[in-house]
Design a binder for this molecule. Sequence first.
Ligand code: HEM
Length: 443
Amino acid sequence: MNLSKINHSFPVPPGNLGLPIVGESISFLSDPQFAKKRHQKYGNIFKTNIVGSPTIFVRGAEANYFILTNENKYFINSLPPSAKALLGSLSLSQQIGSQHQERRKLLYQAFQPRILSGYVSMIEDLTEGYLHKWAKLGTLTWYPELRKYTFDVACKFLIGLDFASETQLGYLFETWSKGLFSIPLSLPWTKFNHALQSRQQLLNHLEAIIHQRQQQNLGKGEDALSILLQARDGEGNSLSLEEVKDQILMLLFAGHETLTSALASFCLLLAQYPEILIKCRIEQQEFAKSKEITLENLKHMSYLEQVLREVLRLIPPVAGGFRKIIRTCDFKGYRFPEGWNILYEISLTHQDGSVYYQPSRFDPDRFNYKQTEDISQPFNYLPFGGGVRECIGKEFARLEMKLFAAHLVRDYSWELLPSQNLEMILIPVPHPKDGLKVKFVKL
Ligand code: HEM
């Protein structure tokens, strides 16, 4: 790359840096239309000042490509201060450059297709158990229940624990995750402080699990924890205990908040579009005969695949990704100054009317490749991000979503209860304000 080509005389993008220190943080946190309104005013690229840093927002495939293919050259991952402290400095989310790539390779061993296929029956058993429980309840607030479900699946998959949501670990995790996107003030009454305390206790729990495995020589399994315990770096050294704990905690978080949001959006949209639910059921009848769901027949559930893709397009659980600019660069006639933050926007890229016809409509047929050309080019459609930091759990997430969805539509019916607020709260992940209250029955 020829650095002399960077044009330092270009202006920084248009926009408003807001008040000193606070910038536009209050509007960013309280107004779901924050970015949309500014894009309407300034175009695809604008500047603002949020959570203590001047930040550039960009949307669209070209900008996504520029950011995600220049990781480590112009940009590195950047987290809000609260998440930085609570995720731990040794987790993948804070590693950069070659260390990040090395650790990713190592963690990826737990997500290979061969390993994932061994988890199908575990996910099915947990799914059936929860569906049965919800049908017995008759009416329920679904979101907290979906969180328990995805937490149980994640704990079993990552650390081999059964029904973790009902244990002290589940309780600590709740308190910890409430602080992740909070004001990083450590005073006795703040969410952040409670979360810091929970982090310490969670790490103690994980340490006890690790010691137990080491004593019983149970580290030879194939869950993420076993893989991390057996792993050796380029020089043959094992990972420190501190790093194993940070990596597992980060995976537990990444592996269940996003999935909860995705599943809740699926349930909400299918309740609102009964004709699409019927089409899903018709497709499932073809597979119900074989009863057992395998990785192979999951691949043939093409309509369900379209529906899940469309759910992740319309309501992506991760709205975008923050990066820090580590070297001044320019893009589309604007200068991106070193030291600023930049956010690539997933949700607004998915709303691009030049790519998606009537983008705010829920329309799974837009992903029917028999009728249309493939519109999901990597940087137009990126619910799992892209480049060297693309979601490592993507295939696991897709597997869990499909298994859950297939069992749900086959055997159960649900309807939204009246008088509830279905408005989407966007932080930390999209979720319906009143938690999605439903009547739930077995067919
Ligand atoms: C529907 C579910 C999920 C969605 C939509 C999702 C989305 C994403 C996105 C957009 C990124 C990139 C963020 C960025 O560029 O800053 C990401 C990264 C990541 N995801 Fe996921 N994710 C999901 C499920 C999972 C699961 C199940 C796991 C693990 C069990 C996981 C683990 C991770 C990790 C570790 C990273 C960081 C990768 C790195 O920095 O190299 N995710 N995810």
